[in-house]
Ligand binder design. Structure first.
Ligand code: HEC
Length: 102
């Protein structure tokens, strides 16, 4: 009985921890400046330099997905690869939450 209860609690806790981390848009806004993203992608991610992509206003799952792909090297880019390698999972979630609201 007691073992079952403990296992159930562990299973439920695991379920709550596993899915997508919800990002904090406020922390993402700070990170967007502090980590230098703004230097290339511009204010709110909407005024990029050169022909760099607009990232502001894009869906959070797209932003997080592309940052994860740069970080893993699956999407290979000499500029964004090192930028993304320096990001933690929560940085990515926060940046995605912020950019999606721009
Ligand atoms: C030195 C310039 C530079 C900096 C700094 C920079 N980026 Fe980028 N970013 C780029 C370029 C160039 C691309 C396009 C890469 C490609 O063609 O694959 C890009 C692509 C992206 C993409 C994919 C957009 C798409 O439409 O596919 C995202 C998301 C992104 N950057 C977010 C960020 C974030 C978040 C930061 C800060 C942690 C950041 N970038 C910092 C230059 C930069």
């Amino acid at each position: 009985m007691r073992t079952t209860a403990i296992i159930t609690i562990l299973a439920l806790t695991g379920l709550f921890q596993a899915p997508l981390q919800a990002g904090d848009a406020g922390a993402g806004a700070s990170a967007f400046n502090a980590k230098g993203c703004v230097g290339c992608h511009g204010a709110s991610g909407k005024k990029p330099i050169a022909n760099y992509p607009v990232v502001g206003g894009k869906p959070a799952d797209f932003i997080a997905g592309e940052l994860n792909r740069f970080r893993s090297g699956e999407r290979n880019n000499p500029i964004m690869g090192p930028m993304a390698t320096a990001l933690s999972d929560s940085d990515i979630a926060n940046l995605a939450a912020y950019l999606a609201t721009q």
